[in-house]
Design a protein. Structure first.
Length: 298
């Protein structure tokens, strides 16, 4: 019957299985053997299940007893987790940390800092959102993520607190088979405008998204960074891409870096910010994660 089982009874059952006998369980739990026997008999009576075969010299777990001992062990682990989580929440740890990351952000600092967070708070539930361009900032603004990693475009962000944590280098690249790879003219706007430009865009922006560093009248817009890379490798156009993503392709020769010197086309290093709502104080885990991200930038 539900509600009749106590954690103490389950602990006795698991201890008997682990130690091999009622007397050994009594010694481990510092109780008289009669108290151990009474706990088992009460459990059997309440659940109407024979847990031990008593036909031999010593009681032996029945098949049902072994199955229920396994279930009891799981319940005890969950009860222990419940107590640890409740204690952590009482001391200020948030029940769940929601963290959003834009696709342009390198994975390495995210993995490193989350690994450190996991070691520090092993029972913490973390929900990680990996977003298209602009998605991480949008989640923070809406309140569905406590902390975000993203680029900040030149818009009003008074409601967000932003901390620079790292940066990415953008490089102009093209497939070796593309005409720009063999171009002998200086790669100025007029030359680049002759070819399709593959642009990463915010899927929820009006008018197709931001147009920074867009110079070609023929634009293919992508919301997925990986898909844009596939089209680059296939020779459909040129683009500026994060160096950390295309460096292996540059080394292998499957992409070629374009010698563009115009700073309005090639933005160079782009800062990545950790952001949160000014009006929404960060919890213990979020502050810890933010601190680790900032330490990586020092």
């Amino acid at each position: 019957m539900f509600g009749t089982v106590t954690l103490d009874q389950l602990k006795v059952l698991v201890t008997i299985e682990e130690t091999g006998s009622f007397s050994a369980a009594g010694r481990k739990l510092k109780r008289a053997q009669s108290a151990i026997s009474h706990a088992v008999m009460t459990l059997e009576s309440l659940q109407r299940v024979q847990l031990f075969d008593r036909s031999g010299r010593a009681p032996v777990l029945t098949e049902a007893g072994r199955a229920l001992a396994s279930q009891a062990r799981h319940v005890l682990r969950q009860a222990e987790l419940f107590e640890r989580t409740a204690s952590a929440i009482a001391s200020g740890l948030e029940p769940e940390l929601t963290f959003s990351v834009d696709s342009m952000v390198p994975s390495e600092p995210v993995i490193r800092t989350l690994a450190m967070l996991q070691q520090r708070f092993p029972d913490l539930t973390v929900t990680l959102f990996t977003e298209a361009l602009g998605g991480a900032e949008r989640r923070v603004r809406s309140g569905s993520a406590a902390l975000g990693l993203c680029m900040l475009f030149p818009v009003q962000v008074q409601e967000l607190q932003a901390y620079p944590v790292t940066s990415i280098e953008l490089v102009p690249v093209v497939a070796p088979s593309h005409p720009l790879a063999q171009e002998t003219r200086r790669l100025e706007r007029e030359v680049l405008a002759e070819h399709v430009q593959l642009v990463l865009t915010d899927p929820e922006s009006q008018g197709g998204g931001p147009s920074y560093s867009v110079v070609s009248p023929r634009v293919w817009r992508f919301v997925d960074l990986g898909r844009r890379l596939e089209f680059l490798l296939a020779g459909f156009g040129w683009a500026t891409m994060p160096l950390h993503l295309v460096e292996p392709h540059l080394c292998s020769g499957s992409l070629k870096r374009l010698p563009i010197e115009d700073p309005s086309i090639l933005p160079g290093s782009i800062p990545i910010y950790a952001v949160h709502q000014r009006a929404r104080p960060l919890g213990t885990a979020a502050r810890s994660l933010l601190h680790d991200l900032q330490q990586l930038s020092n």
